[in-house]
Write a protein that binds this ligand. Structure first.
Ligand code: SF4
Length: 338
């Protein structure tokens, strides 16, 4: 956003487990598996954790295993949590979107393993109810499978994180969808957000809601969203939701506090795994910081790109980081054209 270069964290990520969905809004875009064995991932993490403890150059080392966590074994799940905690990072919830279909007993056995490994929350993403959800997830039967998972989750004492997307297609379904979850019960964290401006979802602008759509959302469900909350009611600017027009008017009158520190991402794949396992960690860190600086340094401040690329007639609603993404894309395509 304003090119913070004070790097204080590293996030390792790896695409290990296949996702069986074909979501139209997939933030990952085109998917591929890296096929790096788990022991090699552990080796890289452990040498960087030793380096962090010796040099104190970063505060946290985290890792994200994509695309779904369902197929991690109990041992992998336990190790993954251990490494994350050692890196000063609380592991995210179990991500269960796109889990391969399996009989109820097998799913219960797998979820029980992750529960024993230390997980107490899992997340699912919904864009509608029943066949509408299936259509958006690109897999027939996914809605029923998630409802089966919800029942198992209650039995095992999991908290369910319901990430509910608000779109033109999902609004008429929100009541029925939440009724289905509520009928199952259990502990839950529910959040309603527009489809993020990432990956394939960038092509779904027709589905993005406007201010005029907000009254169509049942009022009691608006409590799970920041759509009707103003600057004083939301802890951080990144939680605010505004139309593109509203952001353009808001930005010049506010100081946007960018994070003082920032993190670099290192994706493990066959092209770099040997290097990550053998080169000095200092050299690897410096290489990736250089790449990060080259990538983000040239993008002008958000005030400049909002002025140049902002669409003052657009009433569609975004988070700040999404509208920043949209304007940065326009800036980058301009640069490529020059
Ligand atoms: S489940 Fe996640 S990774 Fe898989 S297609 Fe959907 S959004 Fe993409």
């Amino acid at each position: 956003m304003q090119n913070p270069m004070n790097i204080d964290s590293i996030n390792f990520n790896e695409n290990v487990y296949p996702c069986c969905n074909h979501c139209r809004y997939c933030s990952a875009g085109k998917k591929h598996l890296d096929n790096i064995p788990f022991y090699r991932y552990v080796r890289v993490m452990e040498r960087f954790l030793d380096w962090k403890e010796k040099t104190n150059k970063v505060k946290t080392i985290s890792s994200h295993i994509m695309y779904t966590h369902a197929l991690m074994t109990y041992e992998q799940s336990k190790k993954f949590r251990e490494l994350s905690l050692r890196g000063g990072y609380h592991p995210l919830e179990l991500q269960m979107d796109g889990c391969i279909f399996m009989p109820e007993d097998d799913l219960e056995r797998i979820l029980d393993g992750h529960r024993r490994a230390g997980y107490d929350r899992y997340s699912v993403t919904m864009n509608g109810c029943r066949e509408i959800h299936d259509l958006w997830a690109g897999r027939k039967g996914e809605f029923d499978f998630i409802m089966m998972m919800a029942k198992i989750g209650v039995r095992l004492g999991y908290e369910r994180q319901e990430n509910i997307l608000i779109s033109q297609s999902s609004i008429p379904q929100l009541q029925e969808l939440t009724n289905c979850f509520d009928a199952i019960g259990g502990k839950k964290i529910r959040s309603l957000n527009p489809v993020g401006y990432f990956g394939w979802a960038k092509m779904l602008e027709k589905e993005r809601i406007t201010r005029a759509d907000v009254p169509r959302i049942p009022p009691h469900l608006l409590a799970y969203s920041t759509l009707t909350k103003d600057d004083k009611e939301v802890n951080h600017v990144y939680g605010l939701l505004k139309s593109e027009r509203e952001w353009i008017e808001w930005i010049p009158n506010h100081v946007i506090e960018v994070p003082v520190n920032s993190g670099i991402g290192i994706h493990l794949d066959s092209s770099n795994i040997d290097y990550l396992e053998t080169a000095p960690c200092d050299d690897i860190f410096n290489d990736y910081v250089d790449q990060y600086v080259k990538k983000y340094q040239p993008v002008p401040d958000i005030r400049v790109i909002s002025e140049k690329y902002g669409d003052r007639l657009n009433e569609k609603i975004y988070h700040l980081y999404e509208i920043d993404n949209k304007w940065t894309d326009l800036y980058n395509s301009d640069q490529q054209g020059t």
